[in-house]
Ligand binder design. Structure first.
Ligand code: GTP
Ligand code: MG
Length: 193
């Protein structure tokens, strides 16, 4: 798996448009603005591959990126309060439609902001992944915003809140500073092999 050899493939605005999966898929989920697109770019060493924005709700489609032997899926962020009801419904249609399909789910990278308690929607997401028995890893994002001591404290608190076991996969990451990126690459490689 060469992370430097990934290219944008297609965007889908409704789940009915999704094409059948023909390779293992690594999907990135998390609330709007948590840093999904930034993390994808960092993993691939490509600045503008996935669109990053300070405005939440930037990724409103499911975007597929193809690598050798795996696809990467940038899911639209959930939980942005300021979008319309119809936009929220479109979001759920996309996410639920994606996960309800019979696809080759290799790994879900569930992103949670390390600075805050998990939101209700984060809790729902993790519960869903656990109940659906999907392989997942929690990536705590924006670690550069906290001291090492605060990071460890938040990591323990979020493990407790999300009811993850002591040895549940949880990686502390920073797309700004590169922390945790190699570890996440290792976990992805293992999941798609
Ligand atoms: P949506 O597409 O709206 O769901 O957002 P997203 O989850 O893809 O977030 P995105 O990658 O667009 O990042 C949102 C904002 O957070 C941008 O301003 C990024 O620069 C910032 N950001 C992302 N990752 C990090 C990080 O590791 N550290 C810091 N300090 N900022 C980050
Ligand atoms: Mg995005």
């Amino acid at each position: 798996m060469n992370f430097n050899n990934v290219s944008f493939e297609r965007s889908f605005g409704t789940s009915a448009q999704l094409e059948p999966s023909t390779m293992p898929e690594v999907a990135f989920s998390g609330r709007s603005n948590v840093g999904k697109s930034s993390l994808l770019n960092k993993l691939f060493n490509r600045k503008g591959l996935a669109k990053v924005s300070q405005t939440p709700g930037k990724t409103a489609t499911i975007n597929f990126f193809a690598g050798d032997g795996a696809r990467f899926v940038d899911l639209p962020g959930y939980g942005y309060a300021k979008v319309s009801k119809s936009e929220k419904e479109r979001w759920s249609e996309l996410i639920e439609g994606y996960f309800n399909q019979d696809r080759d789910f290799a790994l879900v990278v569930a992103l949670v902001d390390i600075r805050h308690a998990a939101s209700d929607l984060d809790e729902n997401m993790i519960r869903f992944l656990r109940e659906a028995d999907l392989p997942f890893v929690v990536a705590l994002t924006k670690a550069d915003k906290l001291s090492r001591q605060q990071q460890n404290k938040q990591k323990a608190a979020l493990k407790r809140q999300l009811e993850l076991g002591q040895d549940a996969p949880m990686v502390v990451t920073s797309s700004a500073k590169g922390e945790g990126i190699d570890e996440l690459r290792r976990i992805i490689k293992e999941a798609v092999s």
